[in-house]
Design a protein around this ligand. Structure first.
Ligand SMILES: O=C(O)c1ccccc1N[C@@H]1O[C@H](COP(=O)(O)O)[C@@H](O)[C@H]1O
Length: 219
C-alpha cells in the first residue's frame, strides 16, 4: 500500500524485477500466464520464482479465458488472486465455473468492455473485484493505452460493494492525474514501467511509487 493506494506491478518475468516490486511496497505481483503475451511466464518458471520470493505480497495469475484445467493448475501453483481477461460474449456459465473454481473473493474479472457496454450482472455476481482495462479490439490487455477514467469513476460509484482496479497505460507521468480523475484507490501498472515488453525499468517503477507518494502526502 502506497499511502492508501493499492498497487499491482504486472508482467513480471524475472526474479530480480519481482523482488524489486516487492521492495517498493507493491501489494500485488502479477505474472502473465497467457502464452500469446510478450510477458508470458510459463507456470513452471513461476513456481521456481515463487519459492525464492519473500513472503508478504499477493501473487496474481493473469490469464485469458482459461479452461477449467488451466485455472486449477494456476490455483494449485499457489497463486493468491486470479485476474481473468475475457470477451463479453463469454457464456455466463463459464464465469460461474471460474468463480466456483477459485472463489468469488479472489477472482478479478477483466471484461473486454467496449465504450457503449455496461458491466454485466453475471460479472458482478461471479467476482468481488472488477479490473477495468482499456478496450482494444485486437488485444486482451497490455496495450499501454489509457482508458476513460471518468467512466471508471462512475462504474465504481455505481457498484460500491465491489473492488475496482484501474488498469491501462498507467505510468509515472500520468498516474497522479489518473488517481484524481478516476477516484481509484487501486492501480495496476504494466507496460508503463518497462524498457521492453517483459523487462521492467526499475527507475520508472520507483518514479511511479514516488509520484503516488508525493500526490498523496501533498497538502
Ligand atoms: O500485458 C499483457 O501482455 C497482457 C496480455 C493479456 C492480458 C492482459 C495483459 N496485461 C494486463 O493488461 C493490463 C493493462 O496493461 P498496460 O498497463 O496497458 O500495459 C494490466 O492489467 C496487465 O495485467
Amino acid at each position: 500500500m502506497i499511502d492508501g493506494i493499492r498497487l499491482k506491478f504486472c508482467g513480471l518475468t524475472t526474479l530480480v524485477d519481482a523482488e524489486f516490486a516487492d521492495r517498493l511496497g507493491a501489494d500485488y505481483l502479477g505474472f502473465i500466464l497467457y502464452p500469446k503475451s510478450p510477458r508470458y511466464l510459463p507456470l513452471r518458471q513461476y513456481r521456481d520464482m515463487a519459492t525464492a520470493l519473500p513472503d508478504g505480497r499477493k501473487h496474481v495469475a493473469v490469464m485469458v479465458e482459461p479452461d477449467e484445467a488451466e485455472l486449477v493448475a494456476a490455483r494449485d501453483a499457489g497463486f493468491d488472486r486470479f485476474q481473468i481477461h475475457f470477451r463479453t460474449t463469454t457464456p455466463e456459465a463459464r464465469l460461474r465455473v471460474w468463480s466456483e473454481t477459485v472463489g468469488k473473493d479472489v477472482l478479478w474479472l477483466a471484461p473486454k468492455l467496449p465504450a457503449d457496454e455496461a458491466v454485466a450482472a453475471a460479472v458482478l455476481e461471479a467476482a468481488g473485484t472488477v479490473l477495468l482495462d482499456t478496450f482494444h479490439r485486437d488485444r486482451f490487455g497490455g496495450s499501454g493505452q489509457t482508458g476513460d477514467w471518468g467512466r471508471f469513476r462512475e462504474l465504481r460509484a455505481s457498484h460500491p460493494d465491489h473492488t475496482w482496479i484501474l488498469a491501462g497505460g498507467l505510468s509515472p507521468e500520468n498516474v497522479v492525474l489518473a488517481l484524481a480523475e478516476s477516484g481509484t484507490n487501486f492501480v495496476d501498472v504494466n507496460s508503463g514501467v518497462e524498457t521492453a515488453p517483459g523487462m521492467k525499468d526499475h527507475a520508472k517503477m520507483q518514479a511511479l511509487v514516488l509520484a503516488i507518494h508525493r500526490a498523496r502526502t501533498a497538502n
